[in-house]
Design a protein around this ligand. Structure first.
Ligand code: IDP
Ligand code: MG
Length: 155
């Protein structure tokens, strides 16, 4: 089944929104396969945000992401990359739809609370970047009974 990386950014941790945001993913029916707190480094962020290195806000973005520990999560589900991007909403919190995490809790383009992988290919690379193999745990897919129809689950 597909997996994706979510990062609860420093803004989420500092504003006491970790529980609220984790709860949205749980209530949707997504499996949490890995979760830990960590302090991000300049080196890791140069890699993670390499697509933004020419942008004027790159240094500010890295400083923000290093301003306190973050929570990294591995979520699993059918088509989970798209499902999570829809729950998270558009990049700029001011433009994100109400009902999405960014639409409900952010008024900023940078301080938008959550990172979520943007494709299954990126998700694989990003999960390897933030988790050791043994930190992503097995769990019984019987937990998904009545969350998906049997024919939807390609385990
Ligand atoms: P995404 O997080 O929605 O996938 P990306 O374009 O991958 O958006 O950008 C990564 C992060 O860089 C964003 O989540 C946001 O924190 C920051 N960012 C992106 N565009 C801007 C901008 O125009 N101004 C300030 N920060 C930005
Ligand atoms: Mg992105």
């Amino acid at each position: 089944m597909e997996q994706t990386l979510v990062i609860l950014k420093p803004g989420t941790v500092q504003r006491g929104l970790m529980g609220e945001i984790i709860s949205r993913f749980e209530k949707k029916g997504l499996l949490i396969k890995g979760m830990k707190m960590m302090q991000l480094t300049d080196e890791l962020l140069n890699e993670h945000y390499s697509h933004l290195k020419e942008r004027s806000f790159f240094k500010d973005l890295k400083n923000s992401m290093m301003s306190c520990p973050v929570v990294v999560m591995c979520l699993e589900g059918v088509d989970v990359v798209n499902v999570v991007r829809n729950i998270v909403g558009a990049t700029n919190g001011r433009a994100a739809q109400p009902g999405t995490i960014r639409g409900d809790y952010s008024v900023s383009a940078m301080e938008n609370l959550v990172h979520a992988s943007d494709s299954p290919e990126t998700a694989e690379i990003e999960l390897t970047r933030f988790f050791k193999k043994e930190e992503i745990l097995e769990c019984n897919h019987k937990l998904l009974l009545n969350i998906y129809a049997a024919y939807e689950m390609v385990v």
